[in-house]
Design a protein around this ligand. Sequence first.
Ligand code: SAH
Ligand code: SF4
Ligand code: F3S
Length: 481
Amino acid sequence: MTANHSNIDINESVPVQEPQRQRWFMAKCRELVKMREQELGRKLTFHDQTFGCQMNFKDSEKLNGILEEIGYVPTDNEDADFVYYNTCTVRENANIRVYGRLGTLKTYKKKNPDMIIAMCGCMMQEEEEVQKVKDVYTFVDIVFGTHNIFKLAELLYEALSSKRRVFDVWEKTDMIIEDLPSDRKFDFKAGVNIMFGCNNFCSYCIVPYVRGRERSRRPEDIVAEVEKLAQEGVVEIMLLGQNVNSYGKNLDEPVSFAKLLQMVEKVDGIERIRFMTSHPKDLSDELIEVMAASKKICRHLHLPVQSGSSRILNLMNRKYTKEQYLELVGKLRAAMPDLAITTDIIVGFPGETEEDFQETLDIVRKAEYDSAFTFIYSKRSGTPAAKMENQVPEDVAHERFDRLLKVVNEVAREKNARLQGRTELVLAEAIDEKDPSMITGRLSNNNVVHFTADSSVIGKIVPVVLEEAKGFYYLGRLSNG
Ligand code: SAH
Ligand code: SF4
Ligand code: F3S
Protein backbone atom coordinates (compact mmCIF):
# COMPACT_ATOMS: atom_id res chain seq x y z
CA MET A 1 0.00 0.00 0.00
CA THR A 2 1.47 3.40 -0.85
CA ALA A 3 0.70 6.36 1.32
CA ASN A 4 0.38 9.95 0.33
CA HIS A 5 3.22 11.77 2.02
CA SER A 6 3.49 14.77 -0.29
CA ASN A 7 2.00 17.26 2.15
CA ILE A 8 4.48 16.82 5.00
CA ASP A 9 6.73 19.80 5.57
CA ILE A 10 9.71 18.57 7.56
CA ASN A 11 11.00 22.09 8.13
CA GLU A 12 8.02 22.86 10.28
CA SER A 13 8.05 21.97 13.95
CA VAL A 14 6.97 18.50 15.08
CA PRO A 15 3.17 18.14 14.95
CA VAL A 16 1.55 17.18 18.24
CA GLN A 17 -1.48 15.45 16.71
CA GLU A 18 -1.43 11.84 15.54
CA PRO A 19 -1.09 10.46 12.94
CA GLN A 20 0.44 13.68 11.52
CA ARG A 21 3.23 13.48 14.07
CA GLN A 22 4.27 10.01 12.89
CA ARG A 23 4.02 11.08 9.23
CA TRP A 24 6.47 13.86 10.09
CA PHE A 25 8.92 11.40 11.69
CA MET A 26 8.57 9.06 8.72
CA ALA A 27 9.63 11.93 6.46
CA LYS A 28 12.58 12.75 8.74
CA CYS A 29 13.69 9.11 8.82
CA ARG A 30 13.34 8.97 5.04
CA GLU A 31 15.91 11.75 4.75
CA LEU A 32 18.39 9.91 6.97
CA VAL A 33 17.80 6.64 5.13
CA LYS A 34 18.32 8.34 1.74
CA MET A 35 21.63 9.77 2.90
CA ARG A 36 22.77 6.38 4.06
CA GLU A 37 21.65 4.80 0.77
CA GLN A 38 23.84 7.24 -1.11
CA GLU A 39 26.84 6.48 1.09
CA LEU A 40 26.40 2.75 0.64
CA GLY A 41 25.22 2.79 -2.97
CA ARG A 42 22.35 0.43 -2.15
CA LYS A 43 18.93 0.31 -0.54
CA LEU A 44 18.62 -0.30 3.20
CA THR A 45 16.84 -3.53 4.14
CA PHE A 46 14.59 -4.68 6.98
CA HIS A 47 13.60 -8.06 8.35
CA ASP A 48 11.00 -9.10 10.92
CA GLN A 49 10.60 -12.16 13.12
CA THR A 50 7.06 -12.34 14.39
CA PHE A 51 5.94 -14.75 17.11
CA GLY A 52 2.51 -15.42 18.58
CA CYS A 53 -1.04 -14.81 17.42
CA GLN A 54 -2.81 -13.10 14.52
CA MET A 55 -2.83 -9.84 16.49
CA ASN A 56 0.95 -9.81 16.49
CA PHE A 57 1.14 -10.63 12.79
CA LYS A 58 -1.25 -7.78 12.11
CA ASP A 59 0.95 -5.45 14.18
CA SER A 60 3.95 -6.51 12.12
CA GLU A 61 2.13 -5.58 8.91
CA LYS A 62 1.70 -2.09 10.36
CA LEU A 63 5.35 -1.88 11.42
CA ASN A 64 6.42 -3.06 7.97
CA GLY A 65 4.18 -0.44 6.37
CA ILE A 66 5.97 2.27 8.35
CA LEU A 67 9.42 0.89 7.47
CA GLU A 68 8.60 0.76 3.77
CA GLU A 69 7.28 4.29 3.92
CA ILE A 70 10.64 5.30 5.39
CA GLY A 71 12.45 3.65 2.49
CA TYR A 72 13.57 0.29 3.84
CA VAL A 73 13.01 -2.70 1.56
CA PRO A 74 11.96 -6.09 2.97
CA THR A 75 14.34 -9.05 2.93
CA ASP A 76 14.06 -12.67 4.08
CA ASN A 77 17.60 -12.43 5.32
CA GLU A 78 18.17 -11.76 9.02
CA ASP A 79 21.41 -10.01 8.15
CA ALA A 80 19.51 -6.77 7.39
CA ASP A 81 19.98 -3.08 8.24
CA PHE A 82 16.93 -3.05 10.49
CA VAL A 83 15.72 -6.19 12.25
CA TYR A 84 12.90 -6.40 14.73
CA TYR A 85 11.50 -9.20 16.84
CA ASN A 86 7.79 -8.91 17.58
CA THR A 87 7.49 -11.18 20.59
CA CYS A 88 4.84 -13.33 22.29
CA THR A 89 4.78 -14.34 25.95
CA VAL A 90 1.60 -16.42 26.21
CA ARG A 91 3.58 -19.53 27.13
CA GLU A 92 7.09 -19.82 28.45
CA ASN A 93 8.52 -21.60 25.39
CA ALA A 94 7.62 -18.54 23.29
CA ASN A 95 10.13 -16.52 25.36
CA ILE A 96 12.82 -19.17 25.18
CA ARG A 97 12.62 -19.18 21.39
CA VAL A 98 13.13 -15.42 21.21
CA TYR A 99 16.26 -15.34 23.35
CA GLY A 100 17.56 -18.38 21.50
CA ARG A 101 17.45 -16.54 18.18
CA LEU A 102 18.63 -13.19 19.44
CA GLY A 103 22.19 -14.46 19.82
CA THR A 104 22.67 -14.82 16.06
CA LEU A 105 21.78 -11.17 15.54
CA LYS A 106 24.78 -10.16 17.63
CA THR A 107 27.16 -11.74 15.13
CA TYR A 108 25.47 -9.92 12.24
CA LYS A 109 25.76 -6.66 14.09
CA LYS A 110 29.50 -7.16 14.57
CA LYS A 111 29.80 -7.24 10.76
CA ASN A 112 27.47 -4.30 10.27
CA PRO A 113 27.72 -1.97 13.31
CA ASP A 114 25.09 0.37 11.85
CA MET A 115 22.51 -2.40 12.01
CA ILE A 116 19.52 -1.44 14.16
CA ILE A 117 17.90 -4.16 16.27
CA ALA A 118 14.49 -3.61 17.83
CA MET A 119 12.33 -5.69 20.13
CA CYS A 120 8.63 -5.16 20.63
CA GLY A 121 5.43 -7.05 21.34
CA CYS A 122 3.96 -8.75 24.38
CA MET A 123 7.20 -9.87 26.06
CA MET A 124 8.37 -6.27 26.16
CA GLN A 125 5.35 -5.36 28.30
CA GLU A 126 6.95 -7.35 31.12
CA GLU A 127 9.31 -5.35 33.27
CA GLU A 128 11.72 -8.16 34.01
CA GLU A 129 12.11 -8.96 30.31
CA VAL A 130 12.87 -5.33 29.45
CA GLN A 131 15.42 -5.27 32.26
CA LYS A 132 17.02 -8.40 30.85
CA VAL A 133 17.32 -6.83 27.41
CA LYS A 134 18.75 -3.65 28.99
CA ASP A 135 21.37 -5.53 30.97
CA VAL A 136 22.24 -8.60 28.93
CA TYR A 137 21.27 -7.96 25.32
CA THR A 138 23.08 -4.65 25.04
CA PHE A 139 23.19 -4.85 21.24
CA VAL A 140 19.41 -4.27 21.09
CA ASP A 141 18.87 -0.61 20.10
CA ILE A 142 15.12 -0.05 20.38
CA VAL A 143 12.54 -1.55 22.75
CA PHE A 144 8.84 -0.73 22.65
CA GLY A 145 5.66 -2.48 23.68
CA THR A 146 2.22 -3.33 22.33
CA HIS A 147 0.61 0.06 23.06
CA ASN A 148 2.89 2.27 20.96
CA ILE A 149 3.71 0.36 17.78
CA PHE A 150 2.35 3.36 15.87
CA LYS A 151 5.39 5.30 17.16
CA LEU A 152 8.02 3.25 15.34
CA ALA A 153 9.14 6.13 13.09
CA GLU A 154 9.62 8.46 16.06
CA LEU A 155 11.61 5.86 18.01
CA LEU A 156 13.70 5.00 14.99
CA TYR A 157 14.45 8.65 14.35
CA GLU A 158 15.64 9.03 17.91
CA ALA A 159 17.87 5.96 17.61
CA LEU A 160 19.30 7.03 14.24
CA SER A 161 19.94 10.63 15.22
CA SER A 162 21.13 10.15 18.82
CA LYS A 163 22.92 6.81 18.35
CA ARG A 164 21.63 5.92 21.79
CA ARG A 165 19.47 3.01 22.92
CA VAL A 166 15.78 3.89 23.00
CA PHE A 167 13.36 2.28 25.48
CA ASP A 168 9.70 3.27 25.31
CA VAL A 169 7.20 0.88 26.89
CA TRP A 170 3.79 2.16 27.95
CA GLU A 171 1.90 0.57 30.77
CA LYS A 172 -1.44 1.21 29.07
CA THR A 173 -3.23 3.33 26.53
CA ASP A 174 -6.70 4.37 25.50
CA MET A 175 -5.52 5.61 22.12
CA ILE A 176 -6.39 4.02 18.80
CA ILE A 177 -4.43 5.67 15.98
CA GLU A 178 -6.07 5.30 12.58
CA ASP A 179 -4.69 5.93 9.10
CA LEU A 180 -1.11 4.75 9.31
CA PRO A 181 0.46 2.70 6.54
CA SER A 182 0.31 -1.10 6.52
CA ASP A 183 2.04 -3.65 4.34
CA ARG A 184 -0.26 -6.59 3.73
CA LYS A 185 1.21 -10.03 3.35
CA PHE A 186 -1.49 -11.22 0.92
CA ASP A 187 -3.23 -9.30 -1.87
CA PHE A 188 -6.51 -11.18 -1.56
CA LYS A 189 -7.05 -11.64 2.17
CA ALA A 190 -6.45 -9.39 5.14
CA GLY A 191 -6.84 -9.19 8.89
CA VAL A 192 -8.72 -6.22 10.34
CA ASN A 193 -8.43 -5.25 14.01
CA ILE A 194 -11.82 -4.57 15.51
CA MET A 195 -10.70 -4.33 19.11
CA PHE A 196 -7.57 -4.37 21.21
CA GLY A 197 -6.86 -5.78 24.66
CA CYS A 198 -8.87 -8.11 26.86
CA ASN A 199 -10.89 -7.72 30.08
CA ASN A 200 -11.49 -11.36 30.87
CA PHE A 201 -8.54 -12.22 33.08
CA CYS A 202 -8.73 -15.97 32.62
CA SER A 203 -6.63 -17.02 35.61
CA TYR A 204 -3.82 -18.64 33.54
CA CYS A 205 -3.52 -15.93 30.92
CA ILE A 206 -1.04 -13.08 30.61
CA VAL A 207 -2.68 -11.39 27.62
CA PRO A 208 -4.79 -8.86 29.62
CA TYR A 209 -1.60 -7.71 31.38
CA VAL A 210 0.42 -7.23 28.20
CA ARG A 211 -2.32 -6.01 25.85
CA GLY A 212 -4.26 -3.84 28.29
CA ARG A 213 -7.98 -3.21 28.66
CA GLU A 214 -10.52 -3.83 25.96
CA ARG A 215 -10.86 -1.02 23.40
CA SER A 216 -13.12 -1.28 20.34
CA ARG A 217 -12.54 0.59 17.10
CA ARG A 218 -15.48 2.64 15.87
CA PRO A 219 -17.63 0.68 13.40
CA GLU A 220 -17.34 3.43 10.77
CA ASP A 221 -13.52 3.19 10.87
CA ILE A 222 -13.70 -0.59 10.51
CA VAL A 223 -16.16 -0.42 7.60
CA ALA A 224 -14.04 2.27 5.90
CA GLU A 225 -10.97 0.03 6.18
CA VAL A 226 -12.87 -2.96 4.80
CA GLU A 227 -14.17 -0.86 1.88
CA LYS A 228 -10.65 0.24 1.07
CA LEU A 229 -9.41 -3.35 1.23
CA ALA A 230 -12.22 -4.45 -1.12
CA GLN A 231 -11.22 -1.72 -3.58
CA GLU A 232 -7.67 -3.04 -3.45
CA GLY A 233 -8.88 -6.52 -4.43
CA VAL A 234 -9.24 -8.22 -1.06
CA VAL A 235 -11.98 -10.90 -1.08
CA GLU A 236 -11.62 -12.38 2.40
CA ILE A 237 -11.28 -10.55 5.68
CA MET A 238 -10.60 -11.80 9.18
CA LEU A 239 -11.93 -9.61 11.97
CA LEU A 240 -9.47 -9.74 14.85
CA GLY A 241 -9.85 -9.39 18.62
CA GLN A 242 -9.10 -11.41 21.76
CA ASN A 243 -12.82 -11.68 22.40
CA VAL A 244 -14.78 -10.44 19.39
CA ASN A 245 -18.10 -11.32 21.02
CA SER A 246 -17.73 -8.45 23.44
CA TYR A 247 -16.97 -6.00 20.61
CA GLY A 248 -18.55 -2.56 20.90
CA LYS A 249 -19.74 -2.78 24.47
CA ASN A 250 -17.63 0.16 25.62
CA LEU A 251 -18.14 2.45 22.63
CA ASP A 252 -19.91 5.79 23.18
CA GLU A 253 -22.70 4.37 21.07
CA PRO A 254 -22.57 0.63 21.79
CA VAL A 255 -22.80 -1.70 18.79
CA SER A 256 -22.96 -5.50 19.03
CA PHE A 257 -20.54 -7.75 17.18
CA ALA A 258 -23.48 -9.22 15.26
CA LYS A 259 -24.44 -5.72 14.06
CA LEU A 260 -20.86 -5.02 13.05
CA LEU A 261 -20.85 -8.22 10.99
CA GLN A 262 -24.00 -7.06 9.20
CA MET A 263 -22.36 -3.74 8.36
CA VAL A 264 -19.23 -5.42 7.06
CA GLU A 265 -21.30 -7.92 5.07
CA LYS A 266 -22.73 -5.03 3.01
CA VAL A 267 -19.33 -4.13 1.57
CA ASP A 268 -19.26 -5.08 -2.11
CA GLY A 269 -16.32 -7.16 -3.21
CA ILE A 270 -15.83 -8.87 0.15
CA GLU A 271 -16.91 -12.45 -0.38
CA ARG A 272 -15.80 -14.12 2.84
CA ILE A 273 -15.78 -12.95 6.42
CA ARG A 274 -13.97 -14.75 9.23
CA PHE A 275 -13.37 -13.73 12.82
CA MET A 276 -11.19 -14.67 15.79
CA THR A 277 -11.56 -15.31 18.71
CA SER A 278 -14.96 -16.03 20.23
CA HIS A 279 -15.32 -16.42 23.97
CA PRO A 280 -18.17 -18.87 24.69
CA LYS A 281 -19.54 -16.76 27.56
CA ASP A 282 -20.37 -13.84 25.23
CA LEU A 283 -21.63 -15.68 22.16
CA SER A 284 -25.16 -14.35 21.63
CA ASP A 285 -28.24 -15.80 19.94
CA GLU A 286 -28.17 -12.69 17.77
CA LEU A 287 -24.73 -13.71 16.47
CA ILE A 288 -25.92 -17.24 15.68
CA GLU A 289 -28.88 -15.81 13.73
CA VAL A 290 -26.69 -13.39 11.79
CA MET A 291 -24.18 -16.12 10.97
CA ALA A 292 -26.84 -18.58 9.86
CA ALA A 293 -28.50 -16.03 7.58
CA SER A 294 -25.25 -14.80 6.08
CA LYS A 295 -23.89 -15.72 2.65
CA LYS A 296 -20.46 -14.32 3.45
CA ILE A 297 -19.65 -15.34 7.01
CA CYS A 298 -17.61 -18.51 6.82
CA ARG A 299 -18.83 -21.80 8.24
CA HIS A 300 -16.11 -21.89 10.86
CA LEU A 301 -16.11 -20.91 14.49
CA HIS A 302 -13.07 -21.00 16.75
CA LEU A 303 -14.57 -21.48 20.19
CA PRO A 304 -11.88 -22.11 22.82
CA VAL A 305 -13.14 -24.44 25.55
CA GLN A 306 -9.85 -24.73 27.54
CA SER A 307 -11.15 -27.60 29.70
CA GLY A 308 -14.11 -29.98 29.89
CA SER A 309 -14.26 -29.91 33.68
CA SER A 310 -16.68 -27.37 35.13
CA ARG A 311 -14.59 -27.32 38.31
CA ILE A 312 -11.44 -26.39 36.37
CA LEU A 313 -13.37 -23.93 34.17
CA ASN A 314 -14.40 -22.16 37.35
CA LEU A 315 -10.80 -22.01 38.58
CA MET A 316 -9.83 -20.71 35.15
CA ASN A 317 -12.40 -17.92 35.50
CA ARG A 318 -13.98 -18.84 32.18
CA LYS A 319 -17.56 -18.14 33.37
CA TYR A 320 -19.27 -21.14 31.75
CA THR A 321 -19.73 -24.80 32.65
CA LYS A 322 -19.23 -27.90 30.55
CA GLU A 323 -23.01 -28.19 30.16
CA GLN A 324 -23.44 -24.57 29.08
CA TYR A 325 -20.66 -24.97 26.52
CA LEU A 326 -22.21 -28.12 25.07
CA GLU A 327 -25.60 -26.46 24.96
CA LEU A 328 -24.07 -23.63 22.95
CA VAL A 329 -22.47 -26.12 20.56
CA GLY A 330 -25.88 -27.77 20.18
CA LYS A 331 -27.52 -24.45 19.28
CA LEU A 332 -24.78 -23.65 16.75
CA ARG A 333 -25.06 -27.06 15.09
CA ALA A 334 -28.85 -26.83 14.93
CA ALA A 335 -28.63 -23.44 13.21
CA MET A 336 -25.69 -24.35 10.93
CA PRO A 337 -25.30 -28.10 10.36
CA ASP A 338 -22.24 -27.55 8.15
CA LEU A 339 -20.39 -25.40 10.71
CA ALA A 340 -16.84 -26.45 11.60
CA ILE A 341 -15.99 -25.83 15.24
CA THR A 342 -12.39 -25.66 16.42
CA THR A 343 -11.01 -25.02 19.88
CA ASP A 344 -8.09 -24.43 22.24
CA ILE A 345 -7.47 -26.78 25.16
CA ILE A 346 -5.07 -26.54 28.10
CA VAL A 347 -3.99 -29.65 30.01
CA GLY A 348 -2.27 -29.66 33.37
CA PHE A 349 -3.94 -26.55 34.81
CA PRO A 350 -3.19 -26.40 38.59
CA GLY A 351 -5.25 -28.95 40.47
CA GLU A 352 -6.39 -30.85 37.36
CA THR A 353 -7.11 -34.45 38.38
CA GLU A 354 -7.44 -37.50 36.17
CA GLU A 355 -11.20 -37.12 36.61
CA ASP A 356 -11.10 -33.52 35.35
CA PHE A 357 -8.99 -34.63 32.44
CA GLN A 358 -11.51 -37.35 31.54
CA GLU A 359 -14.12 -34.57 31.31
CA THR A 360 -11.89 -32.83 28.78
CA LEU A 361 -11.65 -36.00 26.67
CA ASP A 362 -15.41 -36.33 26.94
CA ILE A 363 -16.12 -32.80 25.74
CA VAL A 364 -13.81 -33.30 22.75
CA ARG A 365 -15.89 -36.31 21.71
CA LYS A 366 -19.21 -34.60 22.38
CA ALA A 367 -18.39 -31.30 20.72
CA GLU A 368 -16.91 -33.15 17.72
CA TYR A 369 -14.21 -30.62 17.01
CA ASP A 370 -12.85 -30.27 13.50
CA SER A 371 -9.50 -29.49 15.05
CA ALA A 372 -8.02 -28.30 18.31
CA PHE A 373 -4.93 -26.47 19.42
CA THR A 374 -3.71 -28.26 22.52
CA PHE A 375 -1.36 -26.73 25.07
CA ILE A 376 0.38 -27.82 28.22
CA TYR A 377 -0.35 -25.30 30.96
CA SER A 378 2.49 -22.82 31.30
CA LYS A 379 2.92 -20.82 34.49
CA ARG A 380 2.91 -17.07 33.76
CA SER A 381 4.16 -14.91 36.59
CA GLY A 382 1.68 -12.32 37.75
CA THR A 383 -1.38 -14.40 36.85
CA PRO A 384 -3.61 -15.84 39.62
CA ALA A 385 -3.03 -19.44 38.49
CA ALA A 386 0.72 -19.10 39.02
CA LYS A 387 0.06 -18.84 42.75
CA MET A 388 -2.35 -21.78 42.91
CA GLU A 389 -1.36 -24.87 44.82
CA ASN A 390 -1.27 -28.35 43.30
CA GLN A 391 0.66 -27.43 40.16
CA VAL A 392 0.50 -30.59 38.02
CA PRO A 393 3.86 -32.39 37.62
CA GLU A 394 5.35 -32.05 34.16
CA ASP A 395 5.36 -35.78 33.37
CA VAL A 396 1.67 -36.08 34.25
CA ALA A 397 0.80 -33.10 32.05
CA HIS A 398 2.83 -34.50 29.15
CA GLU A 399 1.20 -37.88 29.42
CA ARG A 400 -2.29 -36.27 29.43
CA PHE A 401 -1.30 -34.10 26.50
CA ASP A 402 -0.40 -37.19 24.44
CA ARG A 403 -3.68 -38.91 25.28
CA LEU A 404 -5.64 -35.76 24.44
CA LEU A 405 -3.92 -35.39 21.10
CA LYS A 406 -4.90 -38.94 20.15
CA VAL A 407 -8.57 -38.30 20.86
CA VAL A 408 -8.52 -34.90 19.13
CA ASN A 409 -6.99 -36.51 16.04
CA GLU A 410 -9.48 -39.39 15.99
CA VAL A 411 -12.43 -37.01 16.19
CA ALA A 412 -10.99 -34.56 13.66
CA ARG A 413 -10.13 -37.27 11.14
CA GLU A 414 -13.72 -38.43 11.11
CA LYS A 415 -15.09 -34.90 10.82
CA ASN A 416 -12.72 -33.98 8.05
CA ALA A 417 -13.83 -36.83 5.82
CA ARG A 418 -17.44 -35.74 5.62
CA LEU A 419 -17.21 -33.51 2.56
CA GLN A 420 -15.52 -36.14 0.38
CA GLY A 421 -17.07 -36.25 -3.07
CA ARG A 422 -18.70 -32.83 -2.78
CA THR A 423 -17.95 -29.73 -4.82
CA GLU A 424 -17.18 -26.75 -2.61
CA LEU A 425 -16.09 -23.17 -3.10
CA VAL A 426 -12.44 -22.69 -2.32
CA LEU A 427 -10.30 -19.60 -1.97
CA ALA A 428 -7.12 -20.46 -3.88
CA GLU A 429 -4.29 -19.16 -1.71
CA ALA A 430 -0.89 -20.36 -2.94
CA ILE A 431 1.08 -22.78 -5.06
CA ASP A 432 1.35 -26.06 -3.14
CA GLU A 433 4.63 -26.18 -1.25
CA LYS A 434 5.23 -29.86 -2.01
CA ASP A 435 3.85 -30.14 -5.54
CA PRO A 436 4.09 -26.99 -7.68
CA SER A 437 1.54 -28.35 -10.15
CA MET A 438 -1.08 -27.99 -7.44
CA ILE A 439 -2.75 -25.11 -5.62
CA THR A 440 -3.53 -24.94 -1.92
CA GLY A 441 -6.80 -23.37 -0.87
CA ARG A 442 -9.31 -23.19 1.92
CA LEU A 443 -12.97 -24.09 2.15
CA SER A 444 -15.43 -21.87 3.94
CA ASN A 445 -15.09 -24.20 6.96
CA ASN A 446 -11.33 -23.55 6.96
CA ASN A 447 -10.39 -27.06 5.77
CA VAL A 448 -7.39 -27.15 3.46
CA VAL A 449 -7.54 -28.63 -0.04
CA HIS A 450 -4.74 -29.24 -2.49
CA PHE A 451 -6.07 -29.28 -6.04
CA THR A 452 -4.85 -29.37 -9.60
CA ALA A 453 -5.04 -25.94 -11.24
CA ASP A 454 -2.64 -23.34 -12.52
CA SER A 455 -1.51 -20.30 -10.59
CA SER A 456 -3.94 -17.98 -12.37
CA VAL A 457 -6.64 -19.02 -9.87
CA ILE A 458 -4.71 -17.67 -6.86
CA GLY A 459 -6.74 -15.07 -5.00
CA LYS A 460 -10.00 -16.28 -6.57
CA ILE A 461 -12.87 -18.28 -5.14
CA VAL A 462 -13.34 -21.34 -7.35
CA PRO A 463 -15.40 -24.55 -7.25
CA VAL A 464 -13.32 -27.61 -6.39
CA VAL A 465 -14.33 -31.28 -6.37
CA LEU A 466 -13.11 -32.80 -3.09
CA GLU A 467 -12.02 -36.14 -4.45
CA GLU A 468 -10.26 -37.65 -1.47
CA ALA A 469 -10.18 -36.93 2.25
CA LYS A 470 -6.65 -37.33 3.58
CA GLY A 471 -7.21 -37.00 7.29
CA PHE A 472 -6.53 -33.32 7.79
CA TYR A 473 -6.87 -32.08 4.23
CA TYR A 474 -8.49 -32.96 0.91
CA LEU A 475 -7.11 -33.68 -2.52
CA GLY A 476 -9.25 -32.31 -5.32
CA ARG A 477 -9.56 -30.88 -8.80
CA LEU A 478 -11.02 -27.72 -10.25
CA SER A 479 -14.63 -28.36 -11.17
CA ASN A 480 -15.42 -27.70 -14.81
CA GLY A 481 -19.00 -26.79 -14.44
N1 SAH B 1 -8.37 -14.70 23.50
C1 SAH B 1 -8.30 -16.02 23.07
C2 SAH B 1 -7.01 -16.75 23.35
C3 SAH B 1 -5.69 -16.09 23.20
S1 SAH B 1 -4.33 -17.03 23.75
C4 SAH B 1 -9.41 -16.77 23.76
O1 SAH B 1 -9.75 -16.52 24.90
O2 SAH B 1 -9.88 -17.66 23.17
C5 SAH B 1 -4.51 -18.50 22.79
C6 SAH B 1 -4.59 -19.74 23.60
O3 SAH B 1 -3.41 -19.94 24.34
C7 SAH B 1 -5.67 -19.76 24.65
O4 SAH B 1 -6.93 -20.07 24.13
C8 SAH B 1 -5.19 -20.84 25.60
O5 SAH B 1 -5.64 -22.11 25.21
C9 SAH B 1 -3.69 -20.78 25.43
N2 SAH B 1 -3.05 -20.25 26.63
C10 SAH B 1 -3.18 -19.02 27.16
N3 SAH B 1 -2.47 -18.91 28.29
C11 SAH B 1 -1.87 -20.12 28.48
C12 SAH B 1 -1.01 -20.65 29.49
N4 SAH B 1 -0.63 -19.92 30.53
N5 SAH B 1 -0.58 -21.92 29.35
C13 SAH B 1 -0.96 -22.68 28.30
N6 SAH B 1 -1.78 -22.23 27.34
C14 SAH B 1 -2.23 -20.97 27.42
FE1 SF4 C 1 -6.54 -14.70 27.68
FE2 SF4 C 1 -8.97 -15.30 28.46
FE3 SF4 C 1 -8.49 -12.92 27.39
FE4 SF4 C 1 -8.41 -15.08 25.87
S1 SF4 C 1 -10.22 -14.28 26.92
S2 SF4 C 1 -6.94 -13.43 25.91
S3 SF4 C 1 -7.60 -16.62 27.24
S4 SF4 C 1 -7.72 -13.69 29.32
FE1 F3S D 1 1.18 -13.95 22.31
FE2 F3S D 1 0.59 -11.47 22.73
FE3 F3S D 1 -0.81 -12.84 21.02
S1 F3S D 1 1.18 -12.90 24.27
S2 F3S D 1 -0.71 -14.90 21.81
S3 F3S D 1 1.31 -12.36 20.83
S4 F3S D 1 -1.57 -11.24 22.33
